[in-house]
Design a protein around this ligand. Structure first.
Ligand SMILES: *[C@@H]1O[C@H](CO)[C@@H](O)[C@H](O)[C@H]1NC(C)=O
Ligand SMILES: *[C@@H]1O[C@H](CO)[C@@H](O)[C@H](O)[C@H]1NC(C)=O
Length: 474
């Protein structure tokens, strides 16, 4: 039997479920060729130019010879131990003609650009380049993620977003991990902090990690537009491209939806799929993204009626989606035989070929039926309630006891429309002026509803109390 300690230990071993490490890819390092306008790190004969207005933090790993250097008005070099600059007398033999080399502008690199992040389950995986594929929204750090800026690296990131804060669990900068909110905001106000982070929103650390083993929703859907603004979608050739929750583009491949219950562990299940399938040669080209999402449920694709958390598995391959579809079938087969031992109750897939699983078609029919019935009932109750509230229908002031006895007495009379008239007389309908201006209630729009007349002869006949039924009761 498992004790609490065992469970704690287990959860430590499997890691905080769903939370990932997200690493910022670009850097502003002196030694990175891509940061120089000539595509190469300046050498001893070159003139190095940092434009005056640029505010930048530059990490320098080693020693460099230069001919001349123009520095910005505000900026910093972070020198690795042993790193530095010296001026070379004359030409650098291995450098050729000296040129003017300019440090490129990195001001426009945005936190919300999904292409600038790579994610992994552990720090080790980050180092081993064991990256995860994610939908666009989740490529950007989620609120329960650990954010990593590479060791021995400088950077500059624009943290503008649609909210005033970007909450994350922790941020690591130059090997130092910030987990406390006050400590990190202090860092943001330091010289380095101000050079590295700019933009309208503040990154805040100290968000709780994801405590739910079945995973947590990323929380980036509020920034969906900004996240997708930088994404270019490629033209697709498959028959029925699919749109995954949190992704900016349609894809060719397959979407598997997994319904889970207590005992489901996202991390364990991701590993299972990896070990069972993704390592197989035939699935080599497949990219798989797995996360908890909340799909808004729509009745007949139009009317929203709430949302429910489910596990979304996005399968994309480089071959028009056929491999992805085959993997989707394998995953469903696995769910059918072993799903219950992983806390999976059902799964279905859609493929961009137009194929889909019909596994849970029956229960879907039942659910849709039940939902339609429920909606009709709710609509009826709401309408009646609204009408009562607006004073269009008044509840009879007589007690039900009295009405029923009246009805009974009247039913003895026999014919409907005879003396029954006064049984359900609604005084309200005696005066048309009491009707508020509701479109559709007056004029021609009422042909299939109650007709209002000024004559005062309008009455309700409740079909529940019709003749036969009364006879039956009697
Ligand atoms: C240099 O910068 C580019 C783009 O910012 C990045 O993709 C690459 O990984 C960097 N190179 C190294 C060696 O870090
Ligand atoms: C749909 O699935 C069947 C197998 O069930 C397969 O033979 C067929 O090729 C698939 N259709 C497409 C368009 O891929």
């Amino acid at each position: 039997m498992m004790t609490t300690t065992d469970l704690l230990l287990l959860s430590c071993l499997t890691g905080a479920a769903g939370a990932l490490y997200k690493q910022w890819i670009p850097d502003t390092n002196y030694e990175n060729k891509t940061n120089w306008d000539k595509g190469d790190v300046p050498c001893g004969s070159d003139k190095v130019w940092f434009s005056a207005q640029r505010k930048v933090s530059v990490f320098v790993k080693t020693t460099h010879a230069v001919q001349e250097m123009r520095l910005p008005m505000d900026g910093e070099f972070i020198l690795n131990s042993g790193a530095g600059f010296y001026v070379m007398a004359g030409q650098d033999p291995g450098c050729g003609q000296g040129v003017m080399t300019k440090f490129k502008d990195s001001d426009s690199l945005k936190w919300l650009d999904p292409a600038l992040w790579q994610g992994a389950v552990t720090v080790d995986d980050l180092q081993r380049e064991n990256f995860l594929f994610s939908v666009h929204e989740e490529s950007v750090p989620c609120r329960y993620d650990d954010v990593v800026f590479k060791d021995l690296s400088s950077f500059k990131v624009d943290t503008s977003s649609s909210l005033s804060a970007i909450p994350v669990k922790s941020v690591s900068v130059l090997g130092k991990k910030f987990e406390s909110g006050s400590e990190f905001s202090q860092y943001l106000n330091s010289r380095s902090g101000r050079l590295q982070f700019h933009g309208s929103s503040a990154v805040t650390v100290g968000s709780p990690g994801c405590g739910d083993p079945s995973g947590c929703e990323c929380g980036n859907s509020v920034n969906h537009q900004l996240i997708c603004a930088r994404v270019k979608c490629t033209a697709l050739s498959c028959k029925k491209p699919l749109l995954a929750v949190g992704h900016c583009c349609h894809v060719c491949g397959a979407l598997v939806t997994i319904h889970f219950t207590a005992g489901f562990n996202l991390q364990t299940y991701r590993q299972r799929i990896h070990h069972l399938f993704l390592i197989l040669p035939k699935y080599k080209s497949i990219q798989l993204a797995m996360s908890k999402v909340s799909r808004s449920q729509r009745l007949m694709g139009v009317i929203p009626f709430g949302s429910s958390p489910e596990i979304q598995v996005v399968l994309v391959d480089g071959q028009g989606g056929l491999q992805a579809e085959a993997l989707a079938r394998d995953i469903l087969k696995d769910v059918r035989t072993h799903g219950s031992s992983f806390g999976i109750t059902a799964a279905e897939f859609q493929a961009s070929s137009g194929n889909s699983s019909d596994q849970s078609a029956d229960s879907t029919g039942v659910v849709v039926g039940a939902v339609i019935g429920g909606l009709v009932l709710i609509a009826f109750i709401v309408t009646v309630f609204a009408l009562v509230h607006k004073g269009i229908i008044q509840m009879p002031s007589v007690s039900w006891q009295v009405s029923l006895s009246k009805l009974k007495r009247n039913s003895d009379v026999g014919e409907l429309g005879g003396p029954l008239d006064h049984g359900f007389d609604n005084p309200m309908f005696d005066n048309l002026n009491m009707l508020p201006d509701l479109p559709g209630l007056q004029g021609n729009g009422t042909t299939d509803s109650i007709a209002f007349t000024q004559a005062g002869g309008v009455y309700f006949v409740n079909p529940a109390y019709d003749e036969n039924e009364t006879d039956f009761n009697a």
